[in-house]
Design a protein around this ligand. Structure first.
Ligand code: NAD
Length: 480
């Protein structure tokens, strides 16, 4: 044996090997094998779904206060093991260790948040037209949830679904990304430590075929998916029967810096939201439209700041700002977008290719492209790498149209100190989230979701849990 960790599925409260082949996961900083996990088969998936269905018959009746206790305990277990969970994230997807620790801490907060929400599931009572009747509007859990997630936030994107669904009284089968299964396994160790009853949460690792088998399973009651638009469309075609879906799909997020913006803050915001997580964020700033009065100063300052970011191996080196990108698809897409912009006349102010001093691993330099036009790929297609395209504007109305012109509708960013501009922009930008004078579009107690090609359904907030509840109207004749 070579000492590489061999992960397992977690089904019905037990760790088990899969029926099928083994999947190798690679460290994006070194290219070496980081873990081996089951490439789960239809039979593995079926066992997990059957366990979840069986567990649902009791979990749905567990008092919400007790469900909350389990979620709080899972949060405590995450906090106690945060360094170990974080290392598993960095080893498989590359983000610097400190950022991975931050992700685990936010996941623990998510579990605490939904623990509290579990105790606040409310309905309504309505007077009827006739005396002697009352309508009760009650909320009940939907049933067994299939949760399918990508690799860029390997534990948070699982946790948003898992914690909200468990709080609502649903049971869950999670299929994490094939690039980051070990982080999911660590989360399930925490659920085990919290003594969550067998079958309430199950884990099957594997690739797209495993996800397809899960989505197609007739005993699933809801599919909660985060990932690319292409996979989202495939899920529409695969899902068996008629059932609710939530789709958190790709973004292509604009930043508008008006002539009344605080330039220093706008540059700091663009730097953070374009290069954090090596740009592999669905709400990353892909493209910026900057008023002509501030444009040249903005691009020069942003390029200088991007040049100062330290690119490196976030697991084995200190003070790294940008790790390797997780897979070669992202490397190649970043190269394609930069080459396309260059060929159409963009100025490459900094970066523009793989890190020359790092021949091993998926390292791409933070890249600022100036003088971009809307026909360049970087301005209308999600790059999902450390690249930003910037263009200058004179007319705000036309810029709002350009910002709204792509199929994506996830998040948009605005920097302006002019109140009427802020109102006009926040109302007219056709996106699920608009962040004004900041770039942290998500906060746990407010709903987060996309529109248009970025999908539908919400995570975070009370709305995140409502998606796992269904309404029942009880019309009561009591004669009073
Ligand atoms: P992906 O669509 O390739 O994979 C996502 C998950 O779907 C993986 O677990 C994968 O194994 C599974 N899968 C693949 N084919 C499947 C099928 N036919 N049926 C069922 N499951 C299948 O996405 P990715 O490359 O892992 O993630 C990157 C994408 O995710 C980007 O587009 C990004 O914008 C998006 N994303 C969106 C959000 C959001 O909140 N809207 C958040 C993070 C990432």
């Amino acid at each position: 044996m070579d000492g590489v960790a061999q992960g397992q599925n977690y089904i019905d409260g037990r760790w088990e090997d899969g029926d099928g082949p083994v999947l190798e996961v690679r460290d994006p900083a070194t290219g070496e094998v980081a873990a081996r996990v089951p490439d789960s088969t239809e039979q593995d998936v079926d066992r997990a779904v059957v366990a979840a269905r069986h567990a649902w018959s009791t979990w749905r009746w567990v008092n919400p206060t007790r469900r909350a206790d389990y979620l709080h305990d899972a949060a405590e277990a995450l906090t106690a093991t945060q360094d170990r969970v974080a290392a598993s994230i960095t080893r498989e997807m590359g983000k610097p260790l400190a950022e991975a620790v931050g992700e685990v801490q936010k996941l623990a907060k998510t579990f605490h948040f939904y623990a509290e929400e579990a105790t606040r599931i409310t309905g309504a009572t309505l007077a009827n037209e006739e005396d002697g009747f009352t309508s009760l509007v009650e909320k009940e859990p939907i049933g067994v949830v299939a949760a399918i997630t990508p690799w860029n936030y390997p534990v948070e994107l699982i946790g948003w679904k898992l914690a909200a669904a468990l709080a609502a009284g649903c049971t869950v089968v999670v299929k994490p990304s094939e690039y980051t299964p070990s982080a999911a396994i660590e989360v399930f160790r925490c659920l085990e430590a919290a003594r969550l009853p067998a079958g309430v949460a199950n884990l099957v690792t594997g690739g797209g075929a495993t996800g397809r088998a899960l989505v197609a399973h007739p005993a699933i009651n809801k599919v909660a998916f985060t990932g690319s638009g292409a996979t989202g469309e495939a899920i529409f075609r695969t899902v068996s029967g008629v059932k609710p879906l939530s789709m958190e799909l790709g973004g292509n997020c604009p930043l508008i810096v008006t002539g009344h913006a605080d330039l220093e803050q706008a540059v700091a915001g663009a730097l953070r939201r374009s290069f954090r997580n090596a740009g592999q964020i669905c709400i990353a700033i892909n493209r910026a439209y900057v008023h002509a009065d501030l444009y040249e100063e903005f691009v020069q300052r942003l390029a200088k700041a991007a040049a100062g970011l330290v690119v490196g191996d976030g697991l084995r080196e200190d003070k790294v700002d940008v790790g390797p990108v997780t897979n070669t698809d992202i490397l190649e897409k970043s190269e394609r977008h930069v080459a396309d912009a260059r060929s159409k006349g963009a100025r490459v102010l900094v970066g523009g290719g793989r890190s020359p001093d790092r021949p091993v691993g998926n390292f791409y330099q933070p890249t600022v492209l100036a003088d971009c036009t809307q026909d360049m790929l970087v301005m209308h297609e999600e790059t999902f790498g450390p690249v930003i395209g910037v263009s200058s504007y004179d007319d705000l109305d036309t810029t709002i149209e350009l910002a709204n012109s792509t199929p994506a509708g996830l998040a948009a960013y605005v920097y302006s100190d002019d109140l009427s501009e802020v109102f006009a922009l926040s109302r007219r930008l056709d996106f699920g989230s608009v962040a004004v004078n900041n770039v942290d579009a998500g906060t746990i107690n407010a709903p987060y979701g996309g529109r248009k090609g970025s999908g539908f359904g919400y995570e975070h907030g009370r709305e995140g849990m409502e998606g796992y509840l269904q309404i029942k109207h009880v019309r009561l004749r009591h004669g009073s």
